[in-house]
Design a protein around this ligand. Structure first.
Ligand code: CTP
Ligand code: MG
Length: 402
């Protein structure tokens, strides 16, 4: 049996609150976001971070449920975790967690289970930034304009550049956090957060950049936000994703042929809602499909008359915008065109360059084939195109969106 080194970092996950403001009929930590409750999501994040002792502080009577979530999240590392019973206030719950620290722990992170979607990278960043005498909190800039008010009166404006919103996990050197907690308990003062308690004992606290996904689930609207984020294509599997698209157009109609982003003088045109560019349309569907963003009909169909007659560059640029907004970068695109005409090889490089430029430089390759006289393509009635695309979640954006 291999013995893994004992970690020097502990994460106290406070989950003992009742969730009065969420009002979901169960202690907040056990309210489902999807099939998994808030606590499970929080612990999934904690166990995806660097190995640490994990202390879950559960509401009295829910220790068994907390144990179940802990074991499920910990997998083979359940030796790192344990459950303790919380107290009447958050501060008392943290104190209960502190009492369960292993002897080797030197850095303690205190984390709200309610910040269920906190990125593991933020947990690691906080742990790494704690020094032997300085606490660390993640903060976000305040975006709203702030006012000092008194009942119905606005007393003054507040300069928001001096302010920041504090998140968790908050990290501290154990040797100063424990005495600070003992002092707070003795004086019976309730602090707004662990950093305030630590600072009140005379110690320095510094900040690092927080993450939008580390928001606290407090109200039903916050829970809806968490559900939305989990359902969105930027969550879950974070590796590359592929999509497929096909398009078929019949020859016919007016004007010249537009295909693969190029005009083909002298060739019979394709009919369609836009310019009939089946290569561009198959690529759009492949990209949208890869990102889980619906299909071409939804974004460019007859309900969007602004795209009537538009050429490939417009479709592709808009598609790229949709993907960027959803947090995806385009990996590459490959499309195959089946048809007798036009003869493609002479203009392949030109077409690839135009399509690639419209997609912000992502590589595009086009292949072409005839069908041995078979089917509608072989009879010269139209063409058929199949495209595949690969997209990658843009990890750096995921840290800050949502
Ligand atoms: N917490 C705790 N023990 C308490 C109170 C709060 O462990 N006695 C934890 C909560 O479980 C939560 C975190 O502290 O993960 C932040 O608290 P908050 O968002 O206020 O949660 P609740 O107190 O449960 O919610 P509410 O204030 O709406 O009742
Ligand atoms: Mg509370």
């Amino acid at each position: 049996m291999t013995l893994l080194p004992v970690p020097h970092v502990a994460i106290i996950v406070v989950a003992a609150g009742s969730g009065t403001r969420l009002d979901a009929g169960a202690p907040k930590a056990f309210v489902g976001i999807d099939a998994r409750p808030i606590l499970r999501h929080a612990l999934d994040g904690v166990f995806a971070a660097a190995p640490a002792q994990v202390i879950v502080v559960a509401p009295a009577g829910f220790e068994g449920d907390a144990e179940t979530e802990l074991r499920a999240a910990a997998g083979s590392r359940s030796d790192l975790g344990r459950v303790v019973t919380g107290g009447g206030t958050r501060q008392q719950s943290v104190a209960a967690g502190l009492a369960a620290l292993w002897g080797d722990i030197t850095t303690v992170l205190v984390h709200d289970a309610a910040r269920a979607l906190t990125p593991p990278a933020l947990i690691d960043a906080v742990a790494a930034a704690v020094t032997d005498d300085t606490g660390i909190i993640p903060t976000l800039p305040v975006v709203d304009t702030l006012k000092k008010v008194d009942g119905g009166s606005v007393i003054a404006a507040v300069d928001r550049s001096e302010l920041a919103a504090a998140q968790t996990p908050q990290g501290f050197p154990r040797r100063y956090l424990e005495p600070a907690y003992a002092a707070a308990l003795a004086s019976n003062v309730e602090y707004t957060d662990d950093a305030a308690l630590f600072a009140a004992a005379g110690h320095a606290v510094r900040r690092i950049d927080g993450a939008a996904r580390a928001f606290k689930i407090t109200t039903p609207a916050d829970l809806a936000r968490a559900r939305h984020l989990l359902a969105s294509p930027t969550s879950g599997f974070q590796g590359p994703r592929v999509g497929i698209g096909t398009d078929v157009h019949a020859f016919g109609g007016e004007g010249s042929l537009w295909l693969a982003g190029l005009e083909w003088p002298g060739e019979e045109p394709l009919s369609g809602h836009s310019d009939g560019d089946a290569v561009a349309h198959a690529i759009v569907d492949a990209l949208l499909g890869a990102a889980g963003l619906g299909d071409i009909g939804e974004h460019f169909g007859t309900a969007h008359p602004e795209f009537a007659g538009a050429h490939a560059a417009v479709f592709l640029a808009r598609t790229r915008e949709l993907l960027t907004d959803a947090g995806f970068a385009i990996g590459n695109v490959s499309a195959q065109f089946q048809g007798n005409r036009p003869r493609f090889s002479a203009r392949r490089a030109e077409a690839e360059q135009v399509l690639s430029a419209a997609l912000g430089g992502a590589p595009v390759s086009i292949t072409a084939t005839t069908t041995d006289g078979l089917g509608f393509a072989g009879r010269g009635e139209g063409i058929s195109v199949t495209a595949v695309a690969m997209v990658v979640p843009d990890g750096s954006r995921n840290m800050t969106i949502g």
